[in-house]
Structures are given as structure tokens and as C-alpha cells.
Design a protein around this ligand. Structure first.
Ligand code: SF4
Ligand code: SF4
Length: 100
């Protein structure tokens, strides 16, 4: 048996997502985020789903989320707790890892 070596980006590209368009599993309160000085969410998401828009406000899209939970930890431990909802997606929705 041979083991194929792949880079992280390639491994991530193999994942499949079934995005729940009706119910977001993560929600942020942008008024709270505006008061957050450190904004650690910008640096920890492995797929960079937290970004700054042209006005300097946080923008976020839960599509593509790997459900690692890191953003919630740093938001609540270091940030201003602007993530007001973090739950796993409903059954059948969310990420489907192909390579662990
Ligand atoms: S749970 Fe992980 S992948 Fe999803 S938005 Fe938070 S840090 Fe990014
Ligand atoms: S760390 Fe939390 S409160 Fe701060 S900008 Fe990110 S989501 Fe908003």
C-alpha cells in the first residue's frame, strides 16, 4: 500500500460542504465586533472566514467552516464575545472531511 503525501491546501480542497442556507451555525454581532480591539478571529481561522471589509468592519461567512471551534475560543477568551452563536450545523449539513 502506498501513502500519497499532500499539502494542507490540497487536503482541504478535497472537503465537501453541504451549507445550510437557512440556519447559520455561527453568528456574530457586528456592533460588539466594532468594539473589539484585538480581533483575534482574523488570525486563527484556518480557512480565513473572518475578514475586514473596506470600512474596517468584520465580515464573516460561515460557508466553508471546518467546525474547529477556534474562533469561538479566542473570541470569548481574548476578544469581545461578538460570536453570539456557535453550534454545530444541523444533521447532514456542514463539512464532510475526505482525508481526516
Ligand atoms: S469554527 Fe474554525 S473554521 Fe469555522 S469559522 Fe471558526 S475558526 Fe474558522
Ligand atoms: S474576536 Fe469576536 S468580538 Fe472580536 S472581532 Fe472577532 S468575532 Fe468580533
Amino acid at each position: 500500500m502506498s501513502i500519497e503525501k499532500m499539502e494542507a491546501a490540497e487536503l482541504l480542497s478535497k472537503n465537501k460542504f453541504n451549507v445550510d442556507e437557512e440556519i447559520a451555525h455561527i453568528e456574530i454581532d457586528k456592533t460588539i465586533c466594532a468594539q473589539c480591539r484585538e480581533k483575534p478571529c482574523l488570525y486563527v481561522c484556518p480557512v480565513v472566514l473572518y475578514k475586514l471589509d473596506k470600512n474596517g468592519d468584520i465580515s464573516f461567512d460561515y460557508a466553508g467552516c471546518l467546525e474547529c471551534g477556534t474562533c469561538r475560543v479566542v473570541c470569548h477568551d481574548i476578544g469581545s464575545k461578538g460570536i453570539v452563536k456557535w453550534v454545530y450545523p444541523r444533521g447532514t449539513f456542514g463539512v464532510n472531511f475526505r482525508y481526516g
